[in-house]
Design a protein around this ligand. Structure first.
Ligand SMILES: *Cc1c(COP(=O)(O)O)cnc(C)c1O
Length: 397
């Protein structure tokens, strides 16, 4: 007789997710994920897809017909946009001021693009004039730029750059993985040709889908392709037949993830985009007041700091991992370390989506103050939380 072996049911510990993503997920979204599955061609699932597209159009502020959730994380959205819009030999101008601009260059190169890159130091943004000069010098087919550079906390204005790209006959594609539902994103208002995002940042949904949208100029470029899209999985000429009225099977949609996105988008739209942006801004200001009270400074260029991703310099003599390990073990708080050249030099404190709230601001400020005080880096007791509370009180007056 063989003895049956049992395997413990999975359990996890509570975490306060205050890093660069994933962000905390509302119980309503988690329970949507536990609903029974439909088949991916079931008329009821098709209705969910249609409504998800409507909600995505509202969140992206676009009328674009081809607005969908690409199966895969934010990076799959990046590949879907670049692989479909670039043919081998096409010139693509990529603006690099952080890790995700670097990734765009890598993806574009793999798609066969003749990649032209311009650089700004990490933490800073591009001026429209800099981008204009590069467009005029190189005549790219497309410009790629990151709206919210999660590796540095930089908030890149893109509306003027979109105008300049079009004046010079180029398309513009933007990365809104961290910006969408945290700060204003106006796809039609800014006349953006292609955009992708991710579910696990300010949409407060688990990672797994990449919302994306394509305007008329982008669709024309895709329809005029002379070569097949290099990726079978991300080929929009096939995928649009599944998300469109034909409902051709292409790949099995991740059903439960689509439930989650449907629900998360509902929560975003119920709150209202403006209210959501204002909430992210208020919590950022409160956090920033506390950071300043601790004598710490921001890594990111002033005036271009993302409210949802606070990149702050680690005080001199303080070890990155010592503090992050303590935050995690004692308070259950996850904050991000620096990426690329910023590694060991800065922390990235996320106030994204559901996680952008006064409770989290107070918790992380209190935890940071205690940790830094025990290391002898600060002397204050309670000053950080008090500074944040002052901002909250002033906002109510
Ligand atoms: C997180 C992120 C990505 C990549 O998304 P994944 O979901 O990790 O694949 C791309 N761009 C930016 C700006 C991001 O913040």
């Amino acid at each position: 007789m063989s003895q049956s072996k049992t395997y413990a049911q999975l359990t996890v510990q509570d975490r306060v997710l205050m890093g660069p993503g994933p962000s905390p997920v509302a119980p309503r979204v988690l329970s949507a994920m536990s609903l029974p599955l439909y088949g991916h061609l079931d008329p009821e699932f098709v209705k969910i897809m249609d409504e998800t597209q409507n909600r995505l159009r509202d969140v992206f502020k676009t009328q674009n017909k081809l607005t969908l959730a690409v199966s895969g994380t934010g990076s799959a959205g990046m590949e879907a946009v670049i692989d479909n819009l670039i043919e081998p030999g096409d010139k693509m101008l990529v603006c690099v001021n952080g890790v995700f601009g670097e990734r765009m260059c890598d993806v574009a190169g793999r798609a066969g693009a003749d990649v032209i890159r311009i650089d700004r130091p990490y933490g800073q943004v591009f001026t429209p004039e800099e981008v204009e000069a590069a467009i005029k010098a190189h005549h790219p087919v497309m410009v790629g730029i990151v709206h919210a550079e999660t590796s540095t906390g930089a908030w890149q204005p893109v509306d003027e750059i979109a105008r300049i790209a079009h004046e010079n006959g180029a398309l513009i594609a933007i990365d809104t993985v961290t910006s969408l539902a945290g700060v204003p994103v106006e796809i039609d208002g800014w006349d953006i040709d292609a955009v992708y995002s991710g579910t696990q940042k300010c949409l407060s949904c688990p990672p797994g889908l990449a919302p994306a949208s394509f305007g008329e100029r982008a669709m024309a470029k895709i329809r005029a392709r002379k070569t097949k899209v290099q990726s079978w999985y991300l080929d929009l000429t096939m995928i649009e037949k599944y998300w469109g009225s034909d409902r051709f099977y292409h790949h099995t949609a991740p059903i439960s993830m689509n439930y989650a996105l449907y629900e998360a988008l509902g929560i975003v739209l119920e709150e209202g985009l403006e209210a959501r942006h204002a909430r992210h801004m208020l919590n950022h200001k409160a956090l920033a007041a506390g950071i300043e009270a601790l004598g710490m400074s921001y890594f990111t260029q002033e005036g271009f700091r993302l409210p949802q991703l606070n990149c702050v310099n680690i005080p001199d003599g303080v070890d990155d991992m010592t503090v992050r390990r303590r935050l995690l073990s004692e308070w259950g708080i996850e904050i991000g370390g620096g990426l690329g050249p910023v590694k060991g030099k800065a922390w990235r404190i996320g106030l994204m989506g559901h996680g952008s709230c006064p409770e989290n601001v107070r918790l992380v400020l209190g935890a940071l103050e205690t940790s830094l005080r025990d290391l002898g880096a600060v002397k204050s007791e309670g000053a950080a939380v008090a500074a944040a509370d002052h901002v909250y009180a002033a906002s109510k007056a």
